[in-house]
Design a protein around this ligand. Sequence first.
Ligand SMILES: Nc1ncnc2c1ncn2[C@@H]1O[C@H](COP(=O)(O)OP(=O)(O)OP(=O)(O)O)[C@@H](O)[C@H]1O
Ligand SMILES: [Mg+2]
Length: 268
Amino acid sequence: MLLEVKNIRISFKKETQKKIFGKERQEIIKGVSFFLEEGDCLGIIGESGSGKSTLGKSLVGLLPPNEGEIFLEGINLYGKKTRQEKEQLNHLKSVVFQDYISSVNSRFKVKDIINESLKILEKKESQKFDKKNKTLELLQSVGLNETFLERYPHELSGGQLQRVCIARAIATKPKFILLDEAVSSLDASIQTQVMNLLKELQKKFNFTYIFITHDLPSVTYMCNKVIFFNEGKIVEQVDSIYRLSNVETEYAQNLLNSILEIDIYENQ
Ligand SMILES: Nc1ncnc2c1ncn2[C@@H]1O[C@H](COP(=O)(O)OP(=O)(O)OP(=O)(O)O)[C@@H](O)[C@H]1O
Ligand SMILES: [Mg+2]
């Protein structure tokens, strides 16, 4: 098993009442459990504010749950780890954030952003390679050319910067990548190119993905499992994409219908 999530709960301090009721907290993730096998692609769909990004952050080691445990390749993400385990985890996972603008160093050029990942790969594979060529290769694989190498993040459009972040995420050849709304805002042809690339990598290296998205076509194209998420809980889990239309809960049915309606509207 690659990822095992055991009954996690996450709560934040309530901002408005913090001063008066010092300990009042709002639970955002309310007991979530699931697991992923290597090579799985899981889509997480849910309404805005339901806690998807919060869950995502905890899955990649950035937000310790208040309760419960998360295991990646058997290593407890928030437990005591040996140096070797820490390194293993570093090489294992990557993330493309929903808020990609703040996830890059604004003083780094595109080539430096990707170079950081390539240094990790060199360490992982204990070999040096031509980083300039690799950087260009990676950029091209997300539909960008060499003219982007010397540019700074503020000189890129949102979609271009997001693609740089995707290139950075795949550069380390991680086994597990979390993509939080990472492809939904790209235009159709680039979206297809990026998804095809992710699929290719999945075949080649048996990558495991989590796709947090509102975009149903990308889920049906990429994912074999789907979680419907609402108010911090898993409402329904579909373990075969072919059974997506047979969802049982009213929440999942309504969500699917509302997404389909928007898609039809947008494609008219
Ligand atoms: N650091 C934080 N401190 C306090 N509250 C937070 C924090 N991060 C998230 N929240 C709250 O947790 C809830 C869930 O937020 P989250 O970003 O996980 O939602 P989401 O499902 O990803 O939404 P969207 O689809 O809009 O991206 C929101 O009500 C948000 O205000
Ligand atoms: Mg989010």
